[in-house]
Design a protein around this ligand. Sequence first.
Ligand SMILES: [Fe+2]
Ligand SMILES: [Fe+2]
Length: 410
Amino acid sequence: MAAVDLAGLGLDEGGHLLLARALAGLAPGERLIVTGRHPALRLHLAAWCRAHGHQLAADDSLSVVRGDADDRRWARAVRAGDAAGVPEPRADQGWGLAARGALVEAGGPPLGAHWSQREHVWADIAPQLYAAAAASQWDPATAVNWPAPGDGVPADGVPADDGPADGGPGGVPDEVERAVVQLMTYLVENEQAALIIPARLLSQLHPHYREVMQLLASQAADEARHVEVFTRRALLSGGPLGTSSAGGRASLQTLLDEPDFTTASFLLSVLGEGTFLDLLRFISDHAPDQVTADVTRLAVRDEARHVAFGVSHTAHLAASDKSYLGTLRQAVERRHSALQDTAGLNAEVFDSLVVLAAGSWSPEAISRGWQAVRDLQSRMDEGRRRRLAYIGFPDDEAAELSALHTRNFM
Ligand SMILES: [Fe+2]
Ligand SMILES: [Fe+2]
């Protein structure tokens, strides 16, 4: 007959582990002889057996008859997919917060996650993108070549009330510095929208799609860093921030109001952040100082991952459901009509791009700056068309949809 010796160990000191281990090898109805020297062993054993559905024999022998409560408890348990493999097409709300691949006991609160179907959230590239995101996190304090304290301080020691007093860091001319501050002000506003949207999608996502959850979390963290570095750059010259236009905010609000996971990801990441890749590169290329070049270059690296997920996910869904291209098309058209009566891009942002690329106020320089911004807009359009074509739109439709994209870039 099976037996277990607990020596001097009490059931309240870990003895229950030896007991449960010995019982696990028995079938219901089989008997386990328990020996031990703990003074309260019989008392504790009786309570433990009651709690775990076993029976303590009525005689003096101190033996336990194995019950079947444990077996019944796990009889209805299910495996929540495969931890290492591809996630299931549908994630059960009953799996709740259980790890993918866990054996999930029946009962427990259902999750109520809105996004619980793989096709609606998945991209095969998500695990690699998350790994790349985790490996590419940068520290705003050290990754940017911030000026040492004292640089950029007004020469007469008196900060101006209106605008930077003595130009920007490293002797950036006043008016170019104002353009940089205006651009940073605009970027922060857009980054805040870009942070809120993945955070909102994340809060409604079934955690069974673990890699997408992790990727969205790192995306939100990336945007938090972008908000920080653009704010810090704007404040470097000590002046007030630039303007925020109603039209620009209206454009971002349409992104915030988009309820569908894929459409939100498409509008934000494929079209908006895709366009921002060119914008950030432009600012980096024409940066009048090292900090502006650093912060925009670092943001481009992160944005490329956000765009890659948006493009891959949207293409993944469009490949499995051809009619989805029509849904995306309608979303672009709807957004275009909603924004038709707004100014779109803040005029001061456009002008700041021209001044940035011009570098000075001579008519020749402004002419060069103007042309550079027109070239930027062409590159943005080409990029959008390329991404739309990859998702599955025919070239002519891709061109049409790209032209309907918001003037606010994001
Ligand atoms: Fe960003
Ligand atoms: Fe982003």
